[in-house]
Design a protein around this ligand. Structure first.
Ligand code: ISE
Length: 336
């Protein structure tokens, strides 16, 4: 069975997924690239050899020659398009966040439960990143003892002027919220958000610094710095009772020159998570063909939005915000 995929949204991530799908994913064909901007859809479609291009996402989702949908359109459209795919029983890989509000995420999970099977995978690609996967394997081997702390650094070169501290929490931090929850296999209890006072009052963006408490008693620290200037740099160190495990930057070479040694930083997340995106898409198509769910579920997408909402409240009100999650429904209990 060849899975005929529609990609909705031909911006940075949609175009990147289209290239990865056609170059590296056996068992899938790029049926249609859809974008509100018809020219952009046609350009990405032509570049990747898609069978067609379109501009109406709902029509595309309902087409009988489309088997599965990848949603990479703007954040606010994720919820309605994912629900549309569920309503016609089609598997959907939705970029993060699953939806901007926890209420919308819960509605998506409810629709999926009514459908009675897992149709939604959320694009938390770090779960496929070899470095995080190794980190989790070391933790699970037991050699570190109990995990105590997880330190996360998320630095982008620069962000657009509208990318404020709240967006740092709702657009960038969900990657950290999801990966820490997945690694530590626990839910969150509380979050406190700080911003360095040294930053000028006219600077509306990050850095934001968060201290998160888990229900199992660990601390997770998260620095989001969308204007770090020097390079795209994601770091993580998991500290256990007996030792720690850190991510290594996947640089492929180092340059020796003028009495110094250097490695390069990528300009954005695509090269850093190239392997993760490829493995994520391969796992998605495999899961459609085998019926075995892979990656982050709609419930995981909900969990990331719940803590993002609490963190936004903490930022606005300058206090610790409690994080509360209902019990995990049975559809989502296996395979976390
Ligand atoms: C962006 O939306 C992403 O998903 C990237 O992975 C992340 O590094 C960046 O901070 C976000 O804005």
């Amino acid at each position: 069975m060849t899975v005929r995929v529609a990609i909705i949204g031909a911006g940075t991530m949609g175009a990147d997924h289209a290239r990865t799908l056609v170059a590296h994913v056996p068992g899938a064909v790029l049926q249609v690239v859809c974008d509100a901007n018809a020219e952009r859809a046609a350009a990405v479609g032509a570049e990747t050899g898609a069978r067609g291009a379109a501009s109406d996402p709902v029509e595309v989702i309902r087409r009988p020659d489309v088997d599965a949908v990848l949603v990479a359109s703007p954040d606010a459209t994720h919820g309605p398009l994912t629900r549309e795919a569920i309503s016609v029983g089609k598997p959907v890989l939705c970029e993060k966040p699953l939806a901007p509000t926890s209420k919308e995420c819960l509605d998506i999970a409810a629709a999926e439960q009514r459908a009675g099977r897992r149709l939604v995978q959320v694009g938390f690609m770090r779960r496929f990143d070899p470095a995080y996967v190794e980190m989790k394997a070391v933790l699970q081997s037991g050699t570190l003892g109990q995990p105590l702390m997880f330190h996360c650094f998320h630095r982008n070169v620069t962000a657009p002027a509208f990318f404020d501290a709240q967006m740092a929490i709702t657009n960038s931090a969900p990657h950290e919220f999801d990966i820490a929850r997945w690694l530590l296999d626990t839910e969150y209890a509380a979050v406190t958000v700080f911003r360095p006072e040294a930053i000028g009052p006219d600077k509306i963006g990050s850095p934001v610094f968060m201290v998160v408490k888990t229900r199992s008693g660990q601390l997770v620290t998260i620095e989001i710095n969308n204007n770090a200037a020097y390079g795209y740099d994601v770091r993580g160190e998991l500290v256990g009772e007996q030792g720690s495990v850190s991510l290594r930057s996947p640089a492929r070479s180092e340059v020796n020159l003028a009495l110094s040694q250097s490695t390069a930083y990528p300009a954005d997340w695509r090269p850093r998570f190239e392997d993760a995106y490829r493995l994520e898409l391969q796992a998605w198509i495999r899961s459609i063909r085998t019926g075995e769910p892979a990656g982050a579920s709609a419930w995981d997408g909900y969990a990331a939005t719940v803590i993002a909402e609490a963190a936004v409240a903490s930022l606005a009100e300058g206090r610790t915000a409690a994080v509360s999650m209902p019990e995990t429904p049975s559809l989502y209990r296996a395979g976390r």
